[in-house]
Design a protein around this ligand. Structure first.
Ligand SMILES: NC(=O)c1ccc[n+]([C@@H]2O[C@H](COP(=O)([O-])OP(=O)(O)OC[C@H]3O[C@@H](n4cnc5c(N)ncnc54)[C@H](OP(=O)(O)O)[C@@H]3O)[C@@H](O)[C@H]2O)c1
Length: 317
């Protein structure tokens, strides 16, 4: 099968396309998915360069490695024990924690429990970018942030993949939302009903009320002032898993980092919300699999708009 793989950790130049990678076979509880589109996430480049915790658990036997932790496609085969997904069904989802992933390829094998049926009306590239960022935001907003209509929420990085979901989920819960991003995201953020704060020209500590909840998708440069600005008794949900939580904990601040699982009910609920038009998912770049290195460069720049997605199957535009 066709795949973009790396033979060792390193920069985007490590990617190379092959067309003779063996197609994997599903185990009894797995499905084989023919991939249409794959979402690109910061975790992907942190695995590619060897810096993430997931990468540190990989050994020589895992290479050549295919990255990609979320995507949309069609069931091509099911394991003997899978009775709730059928061959030919369009699905989307994400790889569970500790799973090597593999959506940057024509086919991927995943536990059936990590995929759900895809709503007809939502395009492949949108669903491919919804699974991981959407589940992360849901975990941050509801499980950890426990957002309510009384909350004043500050979302850092609202122009990016997770931030767009987090801000809109908080708004749906009735909270008042301030969202930091550069000025080019202003109109989009306002259209959701949130208050945009341009971090390139404004000091968020001066222009927003003290938040009861901060969801921080940035960390560098935002963490220290956020701790000072947080309302007494407020919570911080930090998205980057490599963040040092000690400074907040030592100040008695309730701080946590999402650990995500491919919860089927949540994936279906997210997809239904997108399908109903209640959640706008910005996909700013759709690149062919051949341009995977370019996709990584965009995400690694730290200034992606919404989601960057790989067209794996040659989706008609
Ligand atoms: N814990 C988990 O399970 C989990 C899951 C997913 C993601 N994450 C982590 O969460 C973080 C965000 O992920 P993502 O997918 O949303 O990333 P992303 O799509 O790459 O987000 C980048 C966004 O950050 C904005 N940004 C950069 N500097 C900023 C600043 N100083 N203030 C406000 N916004 C700023 C950029 O906006 P401009 O272009 O306007 O600068 C850009 O839109 C990453 O570190 C990722 O690894 C964790």
């Amino acid at each position: 099968m066709r795949a973009a793989q790396i033979d060792r950790f390193g920069g985007p130049e490590e990617f190379h396309l092959v067309d003779d990678r063996p197609t994997p076979s599903p185990g009894p509880t797995d499905v084989l998915v023919r991939v249409f589109a794959a979402g690109v996430n910061p975790i992907d480049y942190k695995i590619r360069d060897g810096s993430s915790g997931v990468a540190k658990k990989l050994g020589p036997g895992d290479f050549p490695l295919v990255l990609g932790r979320e995507g949309c496609g069609e069931i091509a085969a099911v394991g003997d024990e899978v009775d709730d997904l059928q061959v030919g069904q369009r699905v989307f989802g994400l790889a569970p924690m500790g799973h090597p992933g593999g959506f940057y390829a024509e086919y991927v094998v995943l536990p059936a429990t990590s995929m759900v049926p895809a709503p007809q009306e939502v395009p492949d590239v949108v669903l491919a970018g919804t699974a991981l960022a959407g589940i992360t935001a849901w975990t941050a907003v509801h499980d950890l942030g426990k957002v309510t209509a009384e909350d004043i929420v500050l979302v850092h990085g609202a122009g990016g993949g997770v931030g767009q979901f987090a801000a809109q989920l908080c708004l749906a819960a009735g909270a008042t939302v301030y969202a930091t991003a550069s000025g080019r995201h202003r109109e989009r953020i306002s259209s959701w009903g949130a208050h945009p704060v341009d971090y390139t020209t404004e000091d968020f500590t001066a222009v927003t009320p003290r938040p009861t909840l901060i969801i921080d998708g940035v960390y560098y440069g935002t963490y220290e002032p956020s701790m000072d600005h947080l309302a007494p008794g407020g919570r911080i949900v930090m998205l980057p898993t490599l963040a040092d939580l000690e400074p907040a904990k030592s100040r008695g601040i309730d701080i946590s980092v999402p650990a995500i699982v491919p919860d089927r009910d949540r994936l279906s609920a997210l997809a239904a919300t997108v399908a109903a038009g209640h959640m706008h998912v910005e996909v700013s770049a759709v690149l062919p699999l051949e341009e995977v290195a370019r996709a990584h460069e965009i995400v690694e720049s730290g200034h992606a708009t919404g989601k960057v997605v790989l067209d794996v199957a040659g989706i008609p535009v």
